[in-house]
Design a protein around this ligand. Structure first.
Ligand code: BTN
Length: 317
């Protein structure tokens, strides 16, 4: 099916006969695959008598060769068609002793994982589902603030792609106009105080235009820029930015990157509500500390919050 989609991705008309010849299959086999594209992958196709078949909307497919040639040369790259979750695949590779760094990408996820147990909606060929597995040595300093540093890398790549107004929301969402453009989920195995492995999972809404099942305000690069984005180019650009930010973090530690992060924090100085289960704390966002924890001024006192289960909202008014 992906070979057929590759022929159709230009958004032009292709006759059933031409598609069959290019794929070495009969016209009725082409027709069956077209049906599958629509029913299984939710990709709408127009059929016009005398002209043939056309995607309702052109797509940008992941190009493994292009990605491999443009990410740091020491990274191994796996590009999958459909998988449960690229984070889960990366965690499996770690448990199998595969050499690191390993980048796993997929056209779609059937069980994409978000923070705080949420589902990450991952339709076919629309967004980026990106997981980088790394081996980490050097104790807690290598982990502190790591997810915030990943946010800086993703933000840099998205701004370069033309989303100038994007910014960060603690701990690591990328937002534009109050809507989510990208999310980050770090998963750790081993001893963070000694040698461990980390999977940096990044989900970017790239070309998605509609999604009824997303349960939060969202946007995409395409909705922001008005054009179809080359997903392979964006994956490579995120990789290069990530490599640079990770190297800086390893060299300096998060404390030295704190001010840079705060410059991009959209809610800096704003009144916010921090939610932790049933508990809610309202205060003014002062920024982050040297470990990446959130600093809030609550009734005149500074309090510090950290942990993956926390979520932040902008308070009314
Ligand atoms: C969030 O909730 O904001 C984090 C979303 C992280 C989604 C990405 S998509 C690639 C990787 N694989 C997953 O299952 N999740 C992360």
């Amino acid at each position: 099916m992906s070979a057929l989609l590759n022929l159709l991705k230009d958004g032009r008309f292709h006759s059933g006969q031409a598609l069959g010849e290019a794929l070495g299959i009969s016209r009725s086999a082409v027709w069956k695959q077209l049906q599958q594209l629509q029913s299984e992958l939710d990709i709408p196709i127009h059929k016009v008598r005398g002209r043939g078949y056309q995607l309702a909307d052109p797509v940008s497919l992941l190009d493994a060769d292009e990605i491999g040639a443009n990410v740091p040369p020491e990274w191994a790259v796996r590009v999958l068609d459909s998988t449960d979750s690229t984070n889960v695949q990366a965690l499996r590779a770690i448990s199998e002793g595969v050499s690191m760094p390993l980048l796993v990408l997929a056209e779609r996820q059937t069980a994409g994982r978000g923070r705080r147990g949420r589902v990450w909606v991952s339709p076919y060929a629309e967004n980026l589902y990106y997981s980088l597995a790394l081996r980490m040595e050097g104790g807690m300093a290598r982990i502190e603030g790591l997810s915030l540093v990943v946010g800086l890398a993703v933000l840099g790549a998205l701004r370069e792609e033309g989303v100038q107004d994007a910014g960060l929301k603690w701990p690591n969402d990328v937002l534009v106009g109050g809507r989510k453009l990208a999310g980050i989920l770090l998963e750790l195995v081993g001893d963070p105080g000694d040698v461990c492995h980390v999977v940096i999972g990044i989900g970017v809404n790239v070309n998605m235009k509609t999604a009824e099942s997303v349960d939060q305000d969202w946007t995409s690069v395409r909705l922001q820029t008005g054009r179809l984005v080359d997903r392979s180019r964006l994956a490579a650009s995120i990789s290069l930015k990530l490599q640079a930010e990770l190297a800086k973090h390893a060299r300096l530690g998060f404390a030295q990157m704190r001010e840079e992060w705060e410059r991009h924090h959209l809610w800096q100085g704003k009144t916010v509500t921090l939610i932790s289960g049933a508990r809610q704390v309202q205060g003014t966002a002062l920024g982050v500390d040297g470990q990446g924890a959130l600093r809030l001024e609550v009734q005149g006192q500074e309090q510090v919050f950290s942990g993956g289960e926390l979520s932040l909202r902008l308070s009314e008014g």
